[in-house]
Design a protein around this ligand. Structure first.
Ligand code: PLP
Length: 463
């Protein structure tokens, strides 16, 4: 090993010389170590070459997306909010129910902790996987939920902190899946799952739930979608976009089934504190074997901290190590002041519980007020939300919707009625739309009245 930890080139590496391989002059020699990656090296030329004079007629290179991103679709939720912002900039009054972010401010005790951290010089790199006290706090909350053997309870070494749970999901998929693998995605699903799985070169497989069961999938749905290539599943409860939540028994059975199949379970529990009827079950309470389980969580939603970008995984040790190694070559550690803010959120429990309780109470009041409007005759059918802060409405009955009624309806709402909502196609269900009620209650109710009246008008239009 060299001083910086890189392997020193030894005889195990073949240097293909031009005379051996008949490469053309100018080709780059390749270093190929057995079982290692190819590295192209360029030998320094003996005579320094003169730079060619600038060519004033040279056209800028045309961008063609690399195969890595050729299939990538931009986030539909972000696209809606970009269009809403553009209309606002033109002076239009828009009620934006597109974005999935609490309208509450980050609690003051969390901001104060971040300010203290910055003032005391916590502004440098940290360990890639995150500061130890934060990982300990995450592990101890996770261990409190764990019902398996004490020796297997999560510890700090199983935790990796990243720049938001979106990065955590990316790291996990990139480390666990690859070409030829299939990953089951109960659908409708949060818009980024499909893209993240595809970026890891695996095949996303949508497992459509039944709207009559709030789109929650069953073991027989999963069984019907499984093939020998299935390598993992993305679970999300409470769900974005439906707000539906698996009950304890259903989630326990699904986890047991996936474990028996030998699949990786990525359990995205980012909304688990935002639950209205009973507390939302979490995977660590429901299994005694976490050797295939990656729990994904973060502070964005429960602590109104979307902009601080802190998420984490609780994973089997080897997976946590691989995710850390990957992150060490991409973003390194999550923002240092944000890690201290998250530490306050997770350790100053009385203050944290007080703000979570107040926020969830407000979401529940809004949810109930929307349900009251939706119970009117002629309102669109919807999924009863028991968690998160979304309504998922079925607009497939509108008469001019074609095979993507959700997009037609969302476009009409934005352009003609000044309400931004997200078409269901972003979540794999074209006949639906999602709205977030993480906005001022008066705005949510006004938007809902407009949605219901537009829906009534659109189903009444003759074909
Ligand atoms: C289901 C789900 N998982 C993950 C995320 C990403 O959250 P973060 O802000 O922590 O990256 C979101 C954000 O909307 C989400 O809805």
């Amino acid at each position: 090993m060299s001083k910086n930890g890189l392997p020193i080139v030894t005889s195990a590496i073949r240097i293909r010389s031009r005379s051996m391989t008949r490469e053309r002059p100018g080709d780059r020699p390749m270093l190929v170590a057995a079982g290692q990656r190819r590295i192209s090296i360029r030998k320094p030329s003996k005579v320094p070459r003169k730079r060619p004079p600038p060519n004033p007629t040279r056209m800028p290179a045309e961008f063609a997306p690399s195969p890595n991103i050729a299939q990538l679709r931009p986030s539909a939720t972000i696209a809606v909010s970009t269009r809403a912002k553009a209309l606002k900039a033109q002076g239009r009054q828009i009620i934006d129910l597109g974005v999935g972010e609490p309208d509450f401010d980050t609690p003051d005790f969390i901001k104060a902790a971040a300010a203290r951290a910055v003032a005391s010089g916590q502004t440098k790199y940290t360990a890639t996987e995150g500061i130890l006290p934060l990982r300990e706090a995450i592990a101890s909350m996770a261990a409190a939920r764990w019902t398996g053997a004490v020796a297997e309870a999560p510890v700090a070494a199983d935790v990796v902190v990243s720049g938001g749970s979106k990065q955590t999901l990316f790291n996990a998929c990139f480390c666990l899946f690859g070409e030829g693998d299939e990953v089951l995605i109960p659908t409708p699903a949060w818009t980024s799952y499909v893209e993240i799985v595809a970026l890891s070169k695996a095949t996303p497989v949508a497992v459509m739930g039944d709207p009559a069961r709030s789109f929650l999938v069953t073991i027989s749905d999963l069984d019907a979608a499984a093939t020998p290539r299935t390598k993992g599943i993305m679970l999300n409860s409470p769900s974005n976009p439906t707000g539906a939540t698996y009950d304890r028994d259903a989630l326990r059975d699904i986890i047991a089934y996936c474990t028996a199949k030998g699949w990786w379970i990525l359990s995205d529990e980012i909304y688990h504190r935002i639950a209205f009827e009973t507390s939302a079950a979490t995977s660590l309470e429901l299994t005694r074997d976490r050797s295939n389980l990656i729990v994904i969580d973060g502070v964005a939603k429960s602590y109104a901290m979307t902009g601080w970008r802190i998420g984490w995984a609780i994973a089997p040790r080897a997976v946590a190590k691989a995710m850390t190694d990957l992150q060490s070559h991409t973003t390194s550690n999550a923002s240092t002041p944000s890690q201290y803010a998250a530490l306050a959120a997770l350790t100053e429990r009385d203050a944290a519980e007080e703000s979570i309780t107040a926020m969830v109470r407000a979401f529940r009041a809004r949810r109930d007020a929307v349900i009251a409007l939706l119970s009117d005759d002629g309102a669109p059918p919807y999924i009863h939300p028991t968690g998160a802060f979304y309504f998922f409405l079925d607009v497939s009955a509108i008469s001019n919707g074609g095979d993507d009624a959700g997009t037609v309806f969302a476009a009409t709402m934005l352009e003609e009625h000044g309400v931004a909502i997200v078409p269901g196609t972003a979540f794999g269900t074209p006949g639906w739309v999602r709205l977030s009620y993480a906005a001022a209650e008066a705005d949510v109710l006004e938007a809902m009245r407009r949605i219901i009246s537009a829906y009534r008008a659109m189903i009444a239009v003759p074909v």
